[in-house]
Design a protein around this ligand. Structure first.
Ligand SMILES: Nc1ncnc2c1ncn2[C@@H]1O[C@H](COP(=O)(O)OP(=O)(O)O)[C@@H](O)[C@H]1O
Ligand SMILES: [Mg+2]
Length: 250
């Protein structure tokens, strides 16, 4: 194990309750992840790729503590991982203004108490980080564009200065031009603060541009893991090859 690790996941198996309530179904659990192992180093961008239903979000939600039914180990070093979700339309409380939304992670911070002055200062710092104008603080989510909403979501995730940001398909719901701007913002945050990022995407072109390492998942299992350029140059698993081919890369 390297000293620089901010996160290490060992032999992770994640379970869900069986949603299908058929007459004769036993209420057994469904296993969504099988023996997943992965580590993230300080300042690294790890991409998780794989088709829909492969378990990418399940892994992300286990890491941030939303999925609690698991075996194995999730170890983190003061990383306080924070998540940015795919859909900025549904992940913001519509009845609250941007200032309130940005302050919320500080209000519920269990590690320390923030004074109103400190909160205010942090809100303006983060507003600058995510490149949003001060005027937006008094607006509701419905009054923002999709790109602005996603910037608010990223801002909320950054409020407590996490070492690890998990972005789960953060641009999939946005227009192409806006996608590029949000990706650039994430890259800038990464370069400027050395924040580690787990970037979840099914877009292998974006993955190539943004990541140092990549984890390929299929049916809840890790199919392949490696340094991004190396893996794209010489994919080992048949499945990885087919994904690259489908994306028009090889
Ligand atoms: N809350 C849930 N309850 C039961 N099954 C779920 C739940 N969430 C996801 N799953 C199942 O777990 C598997 C992995 O899903 P998910 O992690 O969302 O995949 P991905 O993010 O790669 O599209 C899928 O088969 C999905 O149907
Ligand atoms: Mg998902």
């Amino acid at each position: 194990m390297s000293d620089n690790e901010v996160l290490r996941v060992t032999d992770l198996n994640v379970f869900y309750k069986n949603r299908k309530r058929k007459l004769f179904s036993n209420n057994k659990k469904i296993q969504a992840l099988f023996d997943v192992n992965v580590a993230v180093e300080e300042g690294e961008v790890l991409a998780i790729a794989g088709e829909s239903g492969s378990g990418k979000s399940t892994l992300a939600r286990a890491i941030v503590g939303i999925n609690r039914d698991y075996t194995g180990e999730i170890w983190q070093k003061y990383a306080d991982p924070q998540m940015v979700f795919q859909d900025p339309y549904s992940s913001l409380n519509p009845s609250k203004k941007v200032r309130w939304l940005l302050e919320e992670p500080l209000r519920v911070d269990r590690t320390r108490k923030w004074s109103p002055l400190e909160m205010d200062k942090r809100v303006y710092e983060i507003l600058e980080e995510v490149e949003l104008p001060v005027a937006l603080l008094d607006r509701y989510p419905s009054q923002l564009s999709g790109g602005q909403r996603q910037r608010v979501c990223i801002g909320m995730a950054l409020m407590k200065s996490p070492k690890l940001l998990i972005a789960d398909e953060p641009v999939s719901a946005l227009d192409v031009t806006i996608q590029a701007q949000i990706l650039e913002l994430l890259e800038n945050l990464h370069k400027k603060h050395g924040i580690s990022i787990i970037f979840i995407s099914h877009d292998l072109r974006v993955v190539y541009k943004i990541s140092d390492h990549v984890l390929i998942m299929k049916d809840g299992r890790v199919v392949e893991y490696g340094e991004t350029r190396q893996l794209y140059r010489s994919p080992q698993a048949h499945y990885t090859k087919s994904l690259l081919k489908a994306a028009g890369i090889v």
